[in-house]
Design a protein around this ligand. Structure first.
Ligand SMILES: CC(C)(COP(=O)(O)OP(=O)(O)OC[C@H]1O[C@@H](n2cnc3c(N)ncnc32)[C@H](O)[C@@H]1OP(=O)(O)O)[C@@H](O)C(=O)NCCC(=O)NCCS
Length: 187
């Protein structure tokens, strides 16, 4: 489990597990209108325990293959969201792409910002990555504030990058370099 000694038990990251499926289904079903705005449309099955178990299966398979770190975000031992570092790539890029969601009942308390900081720490010191990328829709100001607070800077605009809520939307592309003194070679 990744924990920040300064903020624990406020926010922690731990690896997702099958037992999370029921709570994830309930929280995401409650948030489905918010999620539909920012993410591709989901089938009804996605919001069920069985659907979440299938997703967790896929994430854990990618984790076993080394291409993904699928975490849940916890606060005081309670699951409040999800953060995934995916498309983890080694030489010569040493990078990953991050995505996250905090359940609406728990937003506005700094969980996403602290969780992303914990992810960056693991990416640098454990996974030895050199850069993390993210994308946000132009209108998703809250997510952009999270990224800026964690040191991400804007790379540019990807036009009609994502199809959500029945239309194409531009997205902002973000990058965060991880300053590691160690040379890349041999990692
Ligand atoms: C975006 C999201 C992850 C933020 O989670 P959170 O735990 O509330 O984030 P934090 O509390 O760490 O920070 C949120 C920041 O956005 C700000 N914010 C929240 N709502 C806002 C809004 N409507 N407009 C502008 N800023 C807003 C907060 O004030 C805070 O900024 P501050 O720390 O400078 O005051 C959460 O709302 C969410 O999961 N949304 C739906 C899914 C999503 O958008 N995921 C990201 C896809 S790129």
């Amino acid at each position: 489990m990744e924990t920040d000694p300064e903020t624990a038990p406020k926010t922690a990251l731990r690896l997702i597990r099958h037992a999370d499926a029921e709570r994830l289904a309930a929280l995401q079903y409650a948030d489905r209108e918010i999620l539909d705005r920012w993410e591709p449309a989901r089938q009804r099955e996605y919001y069920t325990t069985a659907g979440q178990r299938q997703l967790i299966d896929r994430l854990l398979a990618q984790y076993a293959a080394g291409s993904c770190r699928p975490w849940v975000i916890e606060s005081g031992g309670e699951l409040v969201g999800r953060l995934t570092l995916r498309e983890i790539t080694g030489r010569p890029f040493y990078k990953g792409t991050v995505g996250y969601w905090v359940a609406a009942a728990y937003t506005g308390r700094g969980h996403a910002t602290r969780a992303l900081r914990l992810c960056l720490r693991a990416a640098a010191h454990e996974l030895r990555l050199h850069r993390i990328e993210a994308s946000t829709q132009v209108a998703n100001v809250a997510s952009q504030r999270v990224l800026r607070a964690c040191g991400f800077t804007l790379m540019g605009v990807a036009h009609e990058h994502i199809h959500t809520a029945g239309a194409w939307h531009d997205e902002l592309l973000w990058e965060r370099l991880l300053d590691l003194p160690a040379a890349q070679e041999g990692r």
